[in-house]
Design a protein around this ligand. Structure first.
Ligand SMILES: Cc1cc2nc3c(=O)[nH]c(=O)nc-3n(C[C@H](O)[C@H](O)[C@H](O)COP(=O)(O)OP(=O)(O)OC[C@H]3O[C@@H](n4cnc5c(N)ncnc54)[C@H](O)[C@@H]3O)c2cc1C
Length: 394
């Protein structure tokens, strides 16, 4: 059995940011990151990959290059936690013990929850931005469509970056317009939710964007099946339970997502399956040496990398305080951000907190579509990510 002072589960956005910040704070700490993947992806770029602005490979780096120097990489996957014994088990059958644990394995994509999706995604006009293996197909099918119905979906429940399902719809609509085929294409956006966005200020803006673009929006529509042979999308109406069939020529599916099974089946889980942490301190509600952040955590905010940028310093400060038997004073206010791309030259930068109140960074009204904010998403934020956040500096 091996042992580490601080064990981090997941070498994604949250895991690496925390590892870097802890290492910067005290290089003598014995930190290990458990991460099975050879590659680390900047997933927010996948929206722009789907819209043909970047190539899929531009979103990734080798995992080995993002693990901070001095932090150990355990190339394995966790399968079970034993928090009462301060240890966990990996897929290779190894048991690893720890003094402090940070749980950050992200959200699980449940492709199986839509019948026919797993078999069809990437083929026959069915695409999705939600995996590096399928994001290339989004641009392929958007580019190929010259007439018919382009359908975009959003499922019930939490997804990564709540605005992302809409972003690709607006980019596609803009592409159809710019290439002169918009008149021949019916653009539809279906969501299981009751509105386009949870925060009032940005909802109003996005409703106007959808109306201006002639996007046919359908609410309370939950996709249950994709019949790729007949090009039919099958929905359940969330209120009436009625079955609705919509014919498509291309469909971009945002798959259902949820807590990773190995987290949900563990003693660390909340009732809903997420790692059960205090929403301000990020400390586990029952195991004081366990912390969590990011998509796998129970934090009741929109699941974004931008939220992690604010969560990580709070978690690190509180974890170090716990180690030194001091009170946990750092507090996370629920800040999250969603840069909603509304076309090839415009973006609405939504930023808000736990109370759904705008928490904007810039000294102008971010409720307006702006070219400058699109430039920020294309060039500013990726640079901030690779050179600032993952180095524990931003
Ligand atoms: C299409 C799309 C658009 C997005 N747009 C934006 C945006 O504009 N702005 C924004 O801020 N955010 C955006 N996001 C969301 C952002 O990418 C995520 O919120 C963020 O990556 C979550 O970080 P995380 O560390 O919690 O999870 P991840 O970054 O997903 O990392 C989880 C890591 O855990 C590893 N892991 C999984 N299972 C195990 C296991 N059993 N054991 C060990 N390791 C494991 C995984 O391999 C992975 O490396 C977008 C996401 C997508 C997909």
């Amino acid at each position: 059995m091996s042992h580490h002072q601080i064990l981090i589960v997941g070498g994604g956005t949250a895991g690496i940011t925390v590892a870097a910040r802890l290492h910067n704070a005290d290089p003598s700490l014995d930190i290990a990151v458990i991460e099975p993947s050879e590659k680390h992806y900047y997933q927010p770029l996948w929206t722009l990959v789907g819209g043909g602005i970047f190539r899929p490979e531009e979103s990734g780096r080798n995992e080995v290059d993002v693990i901070p120097y001095g932090v150990k990489w355990i190339k394995d996957a966790v399968v079970a936690f034993q928090p009462n014994e301060n240890q966990l088990t990996t897929r290779d059958g190894t048991t690893i013990s720890y003094e402090y644990l940070v749980v950050a394995p992200g959200i699980q994509i449940n492709w199986d929850k839509v019948k026919g999706l797993k078999e069809s995604v990437g083929k026959d006009g069915v695409c999705s931005n939600y995996s590096i293996n399928t994001v290339g197909s989004t641009w392929k099918f958007i580019r190929a469509l010259k007439e018919g119905t382009a359908l975009f979906t959003q499922p019930a429940g939490a997804v990564k970056c709540g605005g992302a399902p809409q972003k690709i719809c607006y980019l596609a609509e803009d592409h159809f317009r710019l290439t002169g085929v918009r008149d021949k294409i019916h653009v539809m956006f279906t969501t299981a939710g009751p509105r386009l966005f949870a925060v009032e200020k940005y909802r109003e803006v996005l409703e106007k964007v959808a109306a201006r673009k002639g996007v046919d929006t359908r609410f309370r529509h939950n996709l249950t099946e994709v019949r790729s042979a007949s090009k039919e999308a099958i929905y359940r109406h969330m209120d009436t339970d009625e079955e609705i069939v919509i014919k498509y020529d291309m469909i971009h599916v945002t798959p259902p997502m949820g807590a990773p099974d190995f987290v949900a089946n563990s003693e660390l889980a909340s009732e809903a399956g997420w790692v059960d942490v205090d929403k301000y301190s990020l400390q586990h509600t029952r195991f004081s040496n366990v912390f969590s952040l990011g998509d796998a955590s129970s934090l009741p905010t929109s699941k974004t990398g931008a939220a992690i940028r604010k969560q990580a310093p709070v978690l690190v400060k509180n974890l170090l305080a716990e180690m030194h038997h001091e009170p946990l004073t750092a507090s996370y206010d629920g800040y999250t951000s969603c840069p909603v791309v509304t076309g090839y030259d415009s973006l609405v930068l939504a930023e808000f907190d736990y109370d759904g109140q705008p928490a904007e960074t810039f000294p102008f009204d971010q409720g307006q579509e702006r070219f400058s904010m699109l430039m920020l998403k294309k060039f500013g934020l990726p640079a901030l990510y690779w050179h600032g956040m993952l180095k524990g500096r931003a």
